[in-house]
Write a protein that binds this ligand. Structure first.
Ligand SMILES: [Zn+2]
Length: 181
């Protein structure tokens, strides 16, 4: 029970970071690096703002943690909390930085993630333990709300364009009638 509460506490911090991204119009995914029971680095998805394919929340948090420790190899016992199951790039970065344990919230819906396979491949003689589903509902509802809001906006934009086009067509017809008279 105590362990669960601890995981939830840090996942809440990752969610807080994700919400920061949301305010900037990004897909809300957040991450924090924890060392000795303290958050030492935070990150959130900034792909749209930076127009960088690598600007994932985990990459941001790992980079910051490496800078903080002045080392590409994070100290033993570093944990990474992410609101969404990491993609293969971020799983690779976690292995490279020697993250010991990853906790993620929502599961990758499309099932394209190779997280588990990569974690178990032992490519770098380093094992990263991965635990999924921490505050899963909260993490996934953040994403669901974002995407349904985006779909709604797209729908409204489409409607607006349609109305505009219809308005233009009417005007053209009016002009045509006027010209004919
Ligand atoms: Zn990623």
């Amino acid at each position: 029970m105590k362990r669960l509460l601890r995981e939830e506490k840090f996942m809440k911090q990752a969610i807080k970071s994700a919400k920061k991204g949301l305010l900037e119009g990004e897909v809300p995914i957040g991450a924090v690096v924890v060392y000795e029971d303290k958050v030492v680095a935070r990150g959130y998805n900034r792909r749209a703002k930076l127009q960088l394919a690598s600007a994932h929340a985990e990459m941001m948090a790992i980079d910051k943690a490496c800078k903080k420790f002045h080392s590409w190899r994070l100290p033993e016992g570093c944990e990474l909390y992410i609101t969404l199951e990491p993609c293969p790039m971020c799983m690779g970065a976690s292995l490279n930085a020697r993250v010991d344990k990853i906790y993620f919230g929502a599961y990758e819906q499309k099932g394209r993630s190779l997280t588990a396979q990569l974690a178990e491949a032992n490519l770098l003689n380093h094992k990263t333990e991965v635990v999924g589903g921490v505050l899963e509902e909260e993490c996934s509802s953040l994403l669901t709300a974002f995407f349904s809001g985006m779909r709604q906006k797209q729908k409204e934009e489409k409607e607006r364009k349609k109305c505009q086009a219809e308005g233009n067509a009417e005007k053209t017809a009016e002009n045509f009638v006027q010209n004919e008279i």
